[in-house]
Design a protein around this ligand. Structure first.
Ligand code: ADP
Length: 391
């Protein structure tokens, strides 16, 4: 007999992350997670089940030339390994939900049109998210489809962190600070509630440091400020994104260097950040290993900006009880965590270097006033939980 499962999809520009869950009972049970990477250029599929990598295979580029065929591969691949599956629900990560979507919603045609209109706010992600939804509607016409927004977690921030100092009409047109990585922050908030309820009730700064990077100030498990703004370009420098920048730079690039707006967008989104500063790579592992002067300058800037934002977010919270690291860099790079926490005793942070080196979950010293935790994030299960509420 086939199993009823929920599929979660996170469709990016060159990757498709997927996971399958049994949602028959209480908490969704993860059956497998996987990734097709390098879509458009030597694609490869990887899948893990029970925490073990059990399949990794190169694909023909033609197999992934359309989102529907990519999804077919995923389904065939899953069925080869897990047996016949009955996908009754699909949950989608959608980067931008605009000003209105503060909770997950069922996908409808009208909603898809609204999401399409938000594409210019998140040009790297939103069109791919929508293409993923369209493909899933074709592949699983009978399934419930749910959109989960990266912006939703931040929608109740105080107005002072939602607004830009522009004439008021722009706020009404949707020019606001949205904040992103909301699914990750929601997961971290849930984990804090489970493992450290007192901290959950307190003042927490979460640093989601991956290829995309942002920080969020949480009070009582709710976002009150974040480093990303109108788009996922603001705040911390990232793999290829510049992070916070003086808008005057845009005027200079257009007026003095004759760049088109599309060229400026490409520069800020795809050629800047760690890649731009290092001239070498967007990948933190590569930069740490290379340690060239340029790679070190890129790392210095990354760390400096995290520390600056940490001070600002702690001020917004009126103090800090815990700092949480997550994301590929936050969860794995001892070096970056150590550099971020250096000399932060003024904010009550004292790192235990040995625990940090051992990649433990709690890495503060015994006399540290502020807790420092490493919590591996899990955006997929947040989507699966949301899907389950609709079934
Ligand atoms: P995404 O935002 O694409 O989901 P991830 O959260 O997977 O990205 O993070 C990717 C980043 O994590 C890359 O810069 C990668 O180099 C970094 N990373 C992963 N493992 C390590 C490690 N052991 N040391 C340093 N950086 C790491």
């Amino acid at each position: 007999m086939s199993r009823s499962i929920a599929l979660t999809l996170n469709a990016g520009s060159s990757s498709l992350k997927f996971a399958v869950y049994d949602i028959a009972r209480g908490e969704p049970e993860e059956l497998a997670t996987g990734l097709i990477e390098r879509i458009g250029d030597r694609p490869r599929i990887k899948m893990k089940a029970g925490g073990e990598l059990f399949e990794s295979r190169d694909l023909d580029a033609r197999e992934t030339d359309a989102p529907t065929s990519t999804l077919d591969i995923v389904l065939t691949f899953l069925q080869e390994h897990l047996g016949e599956l009955n996908v009754t629900a699909v949950g989608h990560r959608v980067v931008h939900g605009g000003p209105h979507y503060a909770v997950p919603v069922l996908v409808t045609r009208a909603m898809l049109d609204e999401l399409r209109a938000l594409s210019s706010f998140a040009p790297l992600h939103q069109p791919h998210n929508i293409a993923g939804i369209e493909a899933a509607l074709t592949a699983f016409p009978e399934a419930i489809q749910v959109a989960c927004f990266d912006t939703a977690f931040h929608r109740h921030q105080p107005k002072v962190n939602d607004v830009f100092a522009l004439p008021r009409e722009y706020y009404d047109k949707g020019v606001r600070r949205y904040g992103f990585h909301g699914l990750s922050y929601e997961y971290i908030a849930g984990e804090l509630k489970r493992i450290a309820p007192l901290l959950y009730d307190g003042r927490v700064v979460v640093a989601h440091l991956g290829n995309g990077a942002s920080m969020c100030a949480m009070l009582g498990g709710r976002s009150i400020a974040s480093t990303m703004g109108f788009t996922a370009l603001d705040g911390l420098p990232m793999g290829t994104r510049c992070g916070q920048i003086d808008p005057g730079v845009v005027f200079y690039l257009v007026q003095q260097e004759g760049k088109t707006i599309d060229e400026v967008r490409e520069l800020f989104y795809s050629k800047s950040g760690l890649l731009g500063l290092s001239g070498l790579s967007n990948d933190m592992r590569t930069l740490e290993a290379a340690a060239t002067p340029e790679a070190m300058e890129a790392i210095d800037y990354f760390v400096f900006r995290i520390r600056r934002e940490l001070g600002g977010l702690a001020a917004a919270l009126g103090g800090i009880d815990a700092l949480v690291f997550c994301g590929g860099i936050g969860e794995n790079s001892r070096y970056i965590r150590e550099r971020v926490c250096e000399g932060l005793d003024w904010i009550g942070i004292e790192l235990d270097r040995e625990r940090n080196k051992a990649n433990e979950r709690r890495i503060n010293g015994s006399f540290s006033r502020t807790h420092v935790l490493v919590i591996p994030t899990n955006e997929e299960i947040v989507i699966a939980r949301a899907v389950k509420t609709f079934t």
